[in-house]
Structure formats: C-alpha cells, structure tokens
Design a binder for this molecule. Structure first.
Ligand code: ADP
Ligand code: MG
Length: 252
C-alpha cells in the first residue's frame, strides 16, 4: 500500500516587479492507494500534479510530509522502493538513434535484469503495449503515440509493483491512448497499484477507482467518480470540477 501524508512543497516565483514570492505547489496532500487500485490525480495545468508525482517517485524532496510504500520510506529504503516503482515523467526525451528493442535492453541493464529474463520481459511488454510492429525501428522514426508506448515500456522493464504515470495519454490519438488505458486496466487486474495524473476528466472517470481532484495545490474532492458526482450533484467530473472551484478559474 502507498501512503502519502500531508505533503507540502514550497517553490519560489517571480512577480512582475521581480520580487521573489514563496508559494506552495502542494499544500497538504494526503492519499492512500491500495493494491490493484487505479487512482487518478486530476486537475488543470499548474494544479500541482507533476510536483506531487515527482515527490512520490522520489525525484523531488517535499518541504514536509511523508511517503510510505508498504511501510518503507525513502529516507531508510530508497533503493528498495525504487526497485518497485515505475515513473513515467511528463516530458521525457529518449534516444532517437536507438531502436526500441535496444533501448529496452539498455534499461534492463540499468535495472540489473538478467539477460535471458530481459529478453522475455521485452517481448511480453512489446506484446501488451502493441509495439511488435515497430520494435526494431529507430525511436526517431516513430509517431508520438508509439514513442509514448516505448516510454511506458522502458519504465516497466524491472516489473515494478507501483506505477506512477504523469499524463500518460496527453496529446495522443485515440488508438494510442486506448492501448495505454487498456494496458493500465490489465495491470490493475494483476494487482499493480497505479497513480495516474491527467487533465482529461472523462478519461479518469472511465478507468479510476478513486480520483483526487486538486486545484492550486489543495485537494478539493476525493473518492470514487460516482461519489464525487453525487456530492456535487453533477453527471460528470468536468462539471463537478467547475462546481467545486465555483467560478475561480484564475490560474495561479
Ligand atoms: P501540473 O502538473 O498540475 O500542471 P506542476 O506540479 O507542474 O502542475 O506545477 C505546479 C506549480 O508549481 C506551477 O505554478 C508551476 O509553475 C510551479 N513549479 C513547478 N516546478 C517548479 C520549480 N522547480 N520551481 C518553481 N516553481 C515550480
Ligand atoms: Mg504536469
């Protein structure tokens, strides 16, 4: 189980008058994710989703608060935790001159996966992410949707238990995003825990067991999509979001 307790992250921004002003990109975020759950982190651009996922993935230190993966924390068990997580960053650049197959072998090496296991695992992932038709092609020659699938594949090579996926389907065509969403649903069935950020509310509504809606670093609603719709007396999460922020549409 993943436990996120009261995470705060302070950044500094510059005002028009060139003054440095501190603000909280995450301001007291707590959540729990159980085995086999898909949790959607929802919110508009700038809400604090990426900051939260980077902290959960152990890439960014929170200003305060704690993270536990199966009762382990980064302070005492960083390597152990990192062996168990996949982190898909929102803006990754990958090696254009390698083939997907070469890149996946390289990632397997980094994670110390045995050569024979790596080969098996690459074939398995290539199959579930529909990558077989372009597996031996150079990454530079792939479409955006294909590249994103390679990106996902490379963080799964070590067979982690926790998936932390930042905007996995952002900007993709419907076929590529459907392949990724089906993949997420299948992984859930295997008992994996998936944290998944998106600004596509309808998409989250379809696949998430639970959503955490954030705005300006604060949780404004959480629970199953049905629960949030009932609470806000709306028929979809998009309307629920607007009702929850009540006309406060200023980006901050
Ligand atoms: P989201 O992923 O929901 O779009 P982010 O977590 O990327 O939001 O950003 C939340 C806020 O924190 C934004 O206002 C962004 O400009 C700010 N921010 C993110 N990273 C930094 C940083 N390293 N330094 C200063 N401000 C940052
Ligand atoms: Mg983001």
């Amino acid at each position: 189980m993943l436990k996120v307790e009261n995470i705060k992250k302070k950044f500094v921004k510059l005002t028009k008058k060139k003054e440095h002003v501190e603000f909280y990109a995450n301001n007291g975020i707590s959540l729990e994710a159980h085995d086999g759950e898909i949790i959607g982190i929802l919110g508009p651009n700038g809400a604090g989703k990426t900051t939260l996922l980077r902290i959960i993935a152990g890439i960014l230190e929170p200003t305060s608060g704690s993270i536990f993966f199966d009762n382990l924390n980064y302070h005492d068990n960083e390597t152990e935790i990192k062996k168990n997580i996949a982190y898909l960053s929102g803006n990754t650049k990958i090696y254009n001159t390698l083939s997907c197959y070469e890149l996946l072998h390289m990632c397997a090496d980094i994670y110390d996966v045995e050569k024979s296991d790596a080969e098996k695992r690459i074939m398995e992932i290539a199959k579930i992410l529909n990558m077989e038709s372009f597996l031996y092609n150079r990454i530079g020659s792939l479409s955006t949707g294909q590249t994103q699938r390679v990106n996902i594949a490379r963080c799964l090579i070590h067979n982690p238990k926790y998936y932390i996926l930042d905007e996995a389907t952002s900007g993709l065509d419907i076929i590529s995003s459907q392949i990724i969403l089906n993949f997420i649903k299948d992984e859930k069935k295997k008992g994996k825990t998936i944290l998944y950020s998106t600004h596509y509310m309808e998409e989250a509504e379809n696949i998430c067991d639970k959503v955490i809606m954030i705005n300006k670093g604060i949780i404004i609603a959480e629970g199953s999509p049905d629960k949030i719709k009932k609470q806000t007396n709306t028929t979809n999460l998009r309307d629920a979001f607007f009702k929850l922020i009540e006309g406060d549409t200023n980006e901050e």
